[in-house]
Every structure is written in C-alpha cells, then in structure tokens.
Design a protein around this ligand. Structure first.
Ligand SMILES: C[S@@+](CC[C@H](N)C(=O)[O-])C[C@H]1O[C@@H](n2cnc3c(N)ncnc32)[C@H](O)[C@@H]1O
Length: 311
C-alpha cells in the first residue's frame, strides 16, 4: 500500500498542517531567543508576521470556526481509520483511496452547503468510505436523523463514485434545532436553523439523486412515519437519530424489519463516551438473541452490522 504521507493529494491536503507545525517551531525559537535575552531581528519579525497573516485564510478551510469541529486530522488518526476500514470491509487495497476521497468530499460539502455534518472528522470519513466498500445488496438508503441532510447528500455522492444509483429516504423532525431527548442542545455552531429548506439545499448539491430524496418529517418511533417509510427493504440503514438507549433500541428493532438480506446498519456514535446509550442499546439488542444482525466491527465512532443473507 502506497504510504499515505507520500501520496501527492494527501500531502497537498495536509500542507496547512505542516504550516501549523512550522508556526509552532517558530514560536519555540522565539521563546528560546527571548529566554537568552536576544531580540528577533525586525526583518525576521516582519517576515514571520507576513507568513502568519497568509496562513490564517488557509486554516479557515480546515479548522472548527463556524462549524464546531476541526477538519484537520493528524496522520496517526488517518492511518488508524484506514486500518479499521480495511479490517471492517475486508478491502485493504481500496481503504486509503476511499478515505482520501471521503475526506476531500467532507471539506467541500461543508464549504458549499448550509449547516454542517455532525461529528468528528474520522467518524464521518469512516462512514462515507465504509458504506460503498461494504457493497450493500441494493441502492435504497435510509438515514434516521439527518440534521442538515449534508451527510446523506455526501453518501449519495460516495455511492455514485462506486457506480451505484442511490435512492435516499430521510427521517428527522427538522424541528429548528437538533432534538436529543434528555439533553439540552444549544444553538448550532454553524448558526443555521435545522429545517427542510436547508436539507433540500444540501441535497441539491449532489445532482438528480439528491433532488429525488424522500424527506419524511417526524420521529422514527411515530407509527405514521414508519408506515410511510416501510414500503421497501433498504440496502443501508443509518441509525443516527435519538441517541438515548431507549431511542436506539427502538430504531434497532425497526431496522430488523427494514434491512434487506445482506444489508448494512450503520450505528453512529457507537462507543462514543458522550453517548453511552448507543452501545448499551446495541449490547442488549444482540444479547436478546433474536437478531438478523452480525457485528462487522467499528471504524472511529461507528459500528457496522450486516443482516443475514437469504437462506
Ligand atoms: C446527530 S444528528 C444527525 C446527524 C447527521 N446524520 C449527520 O451525519 O450530519 C441527530 C438528528 O436526529 C434528529 N432526531 C432526534 N430524535 C429523532 C427521532 N426519534 N427520529 C428521527 N430523528 C431524530 C435530531 O433532531 C438531529 O437532527
């Protein structure tokens, strides 16, 4: 496998990181010079200031300003994600390239869309890369909990890159802000209200499949919503709505009836310390012993399950 750090595209993407390192080195030098009583020559100080001023706009492409999370993963984090992805999908030869594509897509979508994608960079990149590599049995995708629809839109693009024809269905209350039972969610870091118009704008960025997406406004446990969504078997179900143990348990139970034979369930924020209810609900669900699902493994903070294929 070609080393990540020698790949031209990744080197280019990581240039701002190298510049950050330079900046830190420069700060250390200044400290040492200060410690020994020496002064930084004025022309050097001027040059450093110019460099720093040039660096700031570059950082804005990747840092957390206006979206909460930084999109500047370290090389060890990237390498770990690639290794986990190779393990879960059984496709080591494709893992690095797919991670690179997913990472560039994430940065581009947040630059162009409204709102943001929720969660850490490696978790998002892992999900975007894993789903097409797991080769779901059909192209019907269901996302429970969409926030701004930007992840769903990105997933459409990743599936299309793999030659698939994705048809996305979304379930979310789209209640103005993110709803999480038992948790008070403050205003979103992006400043964008959570509403259907925002979701539609983001979906429009990914062409006809985005425009054809079905948006079912409401809660996944609502029988009326369920009836409207249960008209097909899904190749992929992303469980990313209510993060409480009760909410995840209900979604997993529903997913048992929705996923096509051989289909994939993505359990978001699996093992995340902030959301212990997800792993708790998963452990209970699997221990009950009446499941069609097999646990494939974990990439960053997402768990992957596959439904038993037809006998
Ligand atoms: C973490 S965000 C989803 C993020 C999105 N999947 C992404 O990757 O950017 C969770 C979303 O689920 C919604 N939600 C909460 N409870 C829900 C429920 N019972 N059914 C469907 N969506 C729910 C929240 O309002 C929020 O929009």
């Amino acid at each position: 496998m070609r080393s990540l750090l020698t790949s031209k595209a990744v080197r280019r993407a990581l240039r701002p990181v190298a510049e950050l390192v330079d900046q830190r080195v420069e700060r250390q030098v200044r400290r040492v010079v200060g410690d020994t009583g020496g002064a930084v020559p004025s022309d050097v100080a001027r040059e450093l200031k110019t460099l720093r001023n040039r660096q700031r706009p570059l950082e804005l492409f990747f840092d957390g300003t206006g979206r909460g999370a930084s999109r500047l993963p370290s090389a060890p984090h990237l390498n770990r994600t690639i290794a986990e992805l190779a393990e879960v999908t059984g496709k080591p030869e494709a893992a690095e390239g797919t991670v690179a594509q997913a990472f560039r897509l994430l940065v581009a979508m947040e630059a162009l869309g409204v709102g943001r994608i929720a969660g850490g960079t490696m978790n998002i990149v892992g999900k975007l890369a894993a789903v097409p590599l797991l080769d779901p049995p059909n192209d019907d995708l269901l996302e429970i909990g969409t926030l701004y629809g930007m992840f769903g839109a990105s997933l459409i693009r990743m599936m299309e890159k793999a030659g698939r024809d994705p048809r996305l269905t979304i379930v979310d209350p789209l209640a103005g802000t993110q709803v999480q039972p038992g948790t008070t969610m403050g205003a979103d870091a992006s400043g964008t209200p959570v509403r259907e118009a925002a979701v539609r704008t983001n979906l429009s960025l990914v062409g006809p499949a985005g425009g054809a997406t079905r948006i079912r406004q409401g809660f996944s446990e609502d029988p009326e919503v369920r009836a409207r969504v249960s008209d097909r078997s899904y190749g992929v179900v992303v469980v990313d709505g209510d993060h409480s143990a009760a909410g995840v348990a209900a979604d997993l139970e529903w997913a048992e009836t929705l996923v096509a034979p051989g289909g994939i369930v993505v359990l978001d924020d699996f093992g995340h310390p902030k959301w212990p209810g997800i792993k708790e609900a998963f452990d209970k669900h699997m221990a009950a012993g009446v499941t069609r699902f097999t646990f494939l493994g974990q990439v960053a903070h997402s768990g992957y399950l596959r439904a038993r294929a037809k006998e």
